[in-house]
Design a protein around this ligand. Structure first.
Ligand SMILES: Cc1cc2nc3c(=O)[nH]c(=O)nc-3n(C[C@H](O)[C@H](O)[C@H](O)COP(=O)(O)O)c2cc1C
Length: 197
């Protein structure tokens, strides 16, 4: 184990999901912005959080509508995601500029990103002003997933989505598959079974 350096508190947590937050303004305009300050916060009911600075056009649209879409970013979408993370919808029609497709959602008025492998349709339940960011806690009302990622038994294989992640100022592709949920226990019991034979 190496020698540790002690730094003052900071946002050095990663990897984080890389997402595009989609929203629709009161005038009907669609917008999208890149976000990484997000995560799942509850299983039942399914809920997630995303933190957005109040000065973003997205925060204005989410506050007005109480809804947003959260669209996962695949590695081949990273250039567009980076652009959507430095340009504001106040100056650009970001869907048009990026060549991304605005798809209708099933439960919310905000559009979803057609090119995204998986999108979550969200309605805001809690809004907390934390400091620089507003924390939105939202219910996940529906999920739209690329049918190519679902096998004939209905199982979702996210390993094939080629997702990107955000880690301390850098974009990364998700690498090697290291195991499935519970594999450590399964392997032990399999070894035990093998020993018994
Ligand atoms: C990788 C990346 C992650 C980002 N994460 C967030 C975030 O979690 N919250 C936030 O408010 N802004 C975040 N941003 C910045 C916004 O995406 C950016 O300010 C954007 O231009 C806002 O667009 P809008 O004004 O159209 O809403 C991120 C930018 C990048 C490139």
């Amino acid at each position: 184990m190496g020698h540790k350096l002690v730094w003052q508190g900071g946002t050095v947590l990663g990897p984080l999901p890389l997402v595009l937050v989609t929203s629709r303004g009161p005038d009907g305009r669609a917008n999208l912005m890149t976000a990484a300050w997000c995560g799942i916060v509850c299983t039942k009911p399914p809920m997630l959080s995303v933190s957005i600075r109040p000065e973003r056009l997205t925060a204005e649209y989410v506050d007005a509508s109480g809804e947003f879409g959260l669209n996962l970013v695949a590695a081949d979408m990273v250039r567009q995601a980076d652009w959507c993370g430095v340009k504001s919808g106040r100056e650009y029609d970001k869907f048009a500029e990026c060549g991304l497709t605005a798809l209708p959602a099933s439960k919310i008025s905000a559009p979803l990103v057609g090119e995204s492998p998986l999108s979550l349709e969200c309605t805001v339940r809690e809004r907390l002003v934390l400091g620089s960011h507003i924390l939105y806690i939202a219910a996940i009302e529906a999920v739209q997933v690329d049918a190519d990622l679902v096998d004939s038994s209905g199982a979702l294989d996210m390993g094939r989505a080629g997702l990107a992640a955000w880690c301390h100022g850098q974009y990364h592709s998700i690498g090697e598959d290291l195991g499935y949920f519970g594999f450590s226990v399964r392997r032990r019991s399999r070894i035990r079974r093998e020993r018994r034979v």
